[in-house]
Design a protein around this ligand. Structure first.
Ligand code: SF4
Length: 225
């Protein structure tokens, strides 16, 4: 079977700073492409997959940078690079919106080679990934792109990591959870946006009330990507 190539924006090794896997050394694979349209997005350069930005794979691996360039890489090519260049055994597939693509082959290849795999998605696309992959959904509700958070993504989630700036963000999350046709059995993490004190206080209070978990963007405190 021909190997399916994905548009990759950057690959780098760091420490996972957020959510359940906080503190775990990880190889991040950022895919190019997203039509969700979050106004605060800090990776807007990943939104479009333009032929004019396509480069050779050597320019992507290990060369992180906020540019719109991308390269097609197959699961096998990525695995070979991970085994050669990196020590981490946890791979985070992020974006952009990685679930615009079928991630089954990539996640299966990595898991079979001994890696654990985590997907970070907005929940607006069906999640196509290996059964053993950990899925983190950060539901993006009422964003400019007009996408809707879908139930399949929430039910596949192992973790819902919700960015919170104000009360309305919590209302959106509660409405989303209440609208499920089946009960969700999932870890919920609230994450204050940009470490704002008001947002942090709101998250602490709501986590205690609901027995949810607080997620801090620890990488921003220690100055790593
Ligand atoms: S889903 Fe992620 S990449 Fe897409 S616009 Fe929102 S924050 Fe940015």
């Amino acid at each position: 079977m021909a190997s399916f190539a994905l548009p990759v924006n950057e690959v780098f090794e760091t420490i996972q700073g957020e959510g359940f896997h906080t503190g775990v050394p990880a190889i991040f694979v950022r895919l190019q492409g997203c039509d969700v349209g979050c106004s605060w997005c800090d990776t807007k350069h990943t939104w479009q997959v333009l032929d004019s930005d396509k480069v050779e794979p050597e320019l992507i691996i290990g060369a992180s940078g906020d540019t719109a360039r991308w390269a097609h890489l197959t699961a096998v090519q990525l695995l070979e690079q991970f085994q050669t260049l990196y020590k981490a055994k946890h791979v985070v597939i992020t974006g952009g919106e990685p679930c615009m693509y079928d991630l089954t082959e990539l996640s299966n290849t990595l898991i079979e080679a001994g890696y654990s795999v985590q997907i970070e998605t907005s929940g607006t696309y069906p999640v196509k990934v290996a059964n053993k992959a950990w899925v983190t959904v950060s539901p993006k509700v009422e964003m400019k792109g007009g996408k809707v958070v879908i139930e399949q993504a929430l039910h596949r989630a192992n973790e819902i990591k919700h960015p919170v700036a104000r009360e309305r963000d919590l209302t959106n999350l509660k409405n989303l959870l209440a609208g499920m046709t089946k009960n969700l059995d999932v870890l919920v993490c609230l994450q204050p946006i940009s470490q704002q004190q008001r947002a942090t206080d709101l998250c602490i209070e709501t986590c205690i009330e609901n027995n949810w978990r607080l997620s801090l963007q620890t990488h921003k405190f220690i100055g790593i990507e």
